[in-house]
Design a protein around this ligand. Structure first.
Ligand SMILES: [Zn+2]
Length: 366
């Protein structure tokens, strides 16, 4: 094989001497001949040679050893291709050793990190925080619920109706994990929602539109299911996951609470996922069956809400928010009733009596 000679510039690692050289490519390695004839000839075995990047054009820069490494610059047309062909068994291009910063690699690492961070921030963090909400202790949930209750209910509480609904709720007497505190708020809005820790708000606009005690029982069952299954706390944590995460970085639990409390207004805007609604409906029906209340009330309630929803611009609230899915919702309720309900719930006189009082409040003289 013909060995061409190329012009180069050599920097010696140990002496820092820089000299012009003649370069030949041989099987044993790159032979570097000192053109200044000071006896500094050397040969680089191919296995010790590396370069940091593929050069193009007329310059190739090669290194040998670790820092301080000797450097060989060779000037010739297509020199990179010539070297690659001559030493094709060896891969000179390396992602280097500890000292050299490979910018393209750093850049790709940074991009990967940024993408990962975005994925974690937007897709992993919300469900993870929602999951963690399971472990929020009940007293904390109650404290949060109180906070929101004060914010949302203000001074608009209808005392008389609140007393009666609480009495009605107590008569239902179902198994529950939480201490419930229900308030009826004067408002034309047809809605109700549960707050963390067993707090519940019912707007008189909805309460007054109910026709039977079974409908009220169904409403309370549905909202209690949201509480018992921690839906409200989970929802809140999910929607505030980013702020909670940032607060946690400060390592202070009080900051987390402050974040939740600061966002009190958010709670009235959050809607549950379809699956949460379905779970609450089904759980609610079971609760009704357990205490002997006709669960048909759940279906009647949905039909009522559907009618109310058609006249309401308020799409964000609990019941109304799922309005587009109402037909589907009624279907699974019908299915569950058909499968499980035996149809022999007797009229509950205690519930009926409280209901009658509520009814008279709205319809005096009847
Ligand atoms: Zn709901």
């Amino acid at each position: 094989m013909k060995n061409n000679v190329y012009q180069g510039l050599y920097t010696d690692a140990s002496t820092s001497a820089v000299f012009r050289c003649a370069v030949r490519f041989e099987d044993k390695g790159i032979v570097i001949q000192d053109l200044e004839e000071k006896g500094r000839d050397t040969c680089w075995p191919p296995e010790e040679i590396w370069t940091d990047t593929v050069h193009t054009g007329g310059l190739c820069m090669l290194y040998r050893g670790h820092r301080p490494h000797s450097v060989l610059k060779i000037y010739a047309k297509n020199i990179d291709k010539i070297i690659a062909r001559r030493y094709k068994k060896y891969n000179f291009v390396q992602e280097h050793n500890d000292y050299y910063i490979n910018f393209s690699r750093v850049f790709s690492i940074l991009v990967t990190l940024a993408v990962l961070t975005a994925v974690v921030y937007y897709w992993v963090l919300p469900p993870a925080t929602e999951y963690a909400a399971k472990y929020i202790p009940r007293p904390v949930e109650e404290k949060l619920g109180d906070y929101y209750m004060n914010y949302l209910a203000g001074s608009r509480i209808d005392e008389q109706k609140t007393v009666l609904v609480r009495q009605f709720f107590a008569e239902l007497n179902w198994d529950k994990e939480y201490n419930y505190e229900i308030n009826v708020v004067r408002s034309k809005t047809a809605n109700a929602f549960a707050l963390p820790g067993g707090r519940m708000i019912i707007y008189s606009g909805l309460l007054d539109s109910l026709d039977t005690y079974e409908e009220l029982a169904a409403l309370l069952a549905h909202e209690s299911a949201h509480v018992e299954l921690k839906h409200c706390t989970k929802n809140l944590c999910r929607s505030l996951s980013h702020s909670i995460f940032l607060a946690l970085l400060t390592g202070d639990v009080n900051t987390v609470f402050a974040v939740l409390a600061r966002n009190a207004d958010l709670l009235s805007e959050l809607s549950y996922s379809r699956s949460m609604e379905e779970t609450a409906d089904k759980h609610g029906i079971q609760m009704l069956e357990k205490v002997g209340v006709n669960p048909q009330g759940m279906l009647d309630l949905m039909t009522k809400l559907e009618t109310l929803g058609e006249h309401s611009m308020l799409q964000q609230y609990d019941f109304i928010s799922t309005h587009p899915a109402m037909e589907k919702r009624k279907n699974y309720i019908r299915k569950q009733l058909a499968e499980n309900y035996t149809g022999n719930a007797a009229v509950d006189s205690a519930l009926s009596a409280v209901w009658q009082e509520l009814y008279l409040l709205n319809n005096p003289g009847e």
